[in-house]
Ligand binder design. Structure first.
Ligand code: CMC
Length: 369
């Protein structure tokens, strides 16, 4: 009997159509609703990109004003959410705090079970507006700092930095942060987005889909890589030790964090844009030493394995230069990707089919007690 083909890791399998983004390894490009992500990163606010992902078009000036006002109104956290975060031990990873907070925000929403397009869009905007508050609240709590309430005159990127650091940093820093958010926002059927779609396909609620997506993003083969890259940098220390470190790590068959990609085999389309943002930060903070380590490891990995960096490679050190604690890097990714996750949940629901693949049994043959 002929065995069915197994597609381990669903590699190369086309599961459904999507109009949200296209990842094109052949042309090394990434388009959000048809627009090259580099152009969006050069010209748009993160709010405009979020609107584009949800609505399919960039906002008109009037629509943007309304959307920005709604986002700003939704920023403050409900006391229940703050209380639950306060009760979580400081040993919990910040991604566990994000996961728990999304769950509490959902449990607190009287409309959680209402699944109309309007209601789901409202929930998406609420999560978009509140995740920065969650991440910054948790970060300052860990550092024993006074909490900073959202500032409604600041845009999304400025306010996120303001709530984390207590002030809006230099425009170079704000711009690098904005660019990172835009690059992280969406990437078709990656593991966390697919998780969200699987959960949505059972007609569960949007919050549950996002909780699952946060869990999938946490792993170091996916979003957790940006944090892991910084651990690698810390482990290596200085550029002169990079080659020796890499040879030892490869000899132990370690996966080098921040390198390789399931879809892009010849470089990640997002890297040049994020690398330019990193270069600006390196100059701003006068940290040529960090850039030297970055370049030495990248070149050595190219020579040894011909494997190129992915987005997490430049974004890890960029977030570190901005002053974020290493364990916050993946929550930053989650705050950005919630736009893509929720756009996909709404797209899945618009033409739903339960996602339920098959498996090939290879356990013991039928037997009896
Ligand atoms: N370090 C060392 N070797 C690697 C790496 C790496 N980072 N990535 C791939 N390889 C090797 C792998 O060992 C394999 O070699 P061989 O054929 O000799 O066994 C070959 O390249 C093919 O790799 P693969 O594991 O079959 O490729 P994949 O498509 O299953 O994996 C990946 C993709 C992202 C899981 C993998 O490249 C990896 O583990 N990278 C490190 C983690 C990382 O940076 N993840 C972030 C991904 S992109 C952005 C995001 O999602 O956040």
């Amino acid at each position: 009997q002929e065995q069915p083909a197994i597609h381990k890791g669903l590699a190369g399998v086309v599961v459904d159509t999507t109009a949200i983004s296209s990842v094109n390894p052949e042309t090394n490009s990434l388009l959000y609703r048809g627009y090259p992500v580099q152009e969006l990163a050069a010209d748009c606010s993160f709010e405009e990109v979020a609107y584009l992902l949800w609505h399919g078009e960039l906002p008109t000036d009037d629509a943007l004003l309304v959307f920005e006002a709604t986002e700003r109104e939704n920023r403050p956290l409900d006391p229940t959410v703050k209380r639950v975060i306060d009760d979580l031990p400081l040993t919990a990873h910040p991604m566990d705090v994000v996961r728990t907070a999304v769950s509490v925000i959902g449990a607190d929403d009287p409309d959680a079970e209402v699944s109309t397009p309007e209601s789901n869009l409202g929930k998406s905007v609420r999560l978009f507006a509140q995740l920065p508050s969650v991440v910054a609240y948790d970060q300052r709590r860990r550092q024993g700092l006074e909490l900073v309430e959202p500032h409604e005159e600041l845009d999304y990127a400025e306010n996120f930095l303001y709530m984390t650091f207590g002030e809006v940093p230099d425009p170079v820093v704000v711009d690098a942060f904005r660019v990172s958010l835009i690059l992280y926002a969406e990437h078709s059927f990656n593991a966390s987005t697919f998780t969200a779609r699987v959960i949505a396909s059972t007609l569960s609620d949007l919050y549950s889909a996002v909780v699952g997506a946060v869990g999938a993003l946490k792993g170091p083969l996916h979003g957790g890589a940006n944090e892991a890259v910084m651990h690698v940098f810390d482990e290596i220390g200085t550029a002169d030790r990079a080659e020796e470190w890499l040879d030892a790590a490869l000899a132990e068959k370690r996966k080098i964090m921040g390198f390789g990609h399931r879809v892009y085999k010849n470089g990640d389309s997002r890297v040049p844009t994020m690398k330019a943002a990193l270069d600006a930060l390196v100059e701003h903070y006068d940290r040529a030493d960090l850039l030297e380590l970055y370049t030495t490891l990248e070149n050595a990995m190219g020579e040894r394995k011909n494997i190129k960096p992915n987005l997490d490679y430049p974004s890890g050190p960029a977030y570190s230069l901005m002053g974020f604690a290493t364990e916050t890097f993946t929550p930053l990714f989650a705050a950005a990707r919630v736009t893509g996750w929720t756009a996909h949940v709404m797209e899945q629901l618009a033409s739903n089919s339960l996602i339920r693949p098959l498996s090939l049994y290879d356990g013991p043959a039928e037997r009896h007690l």
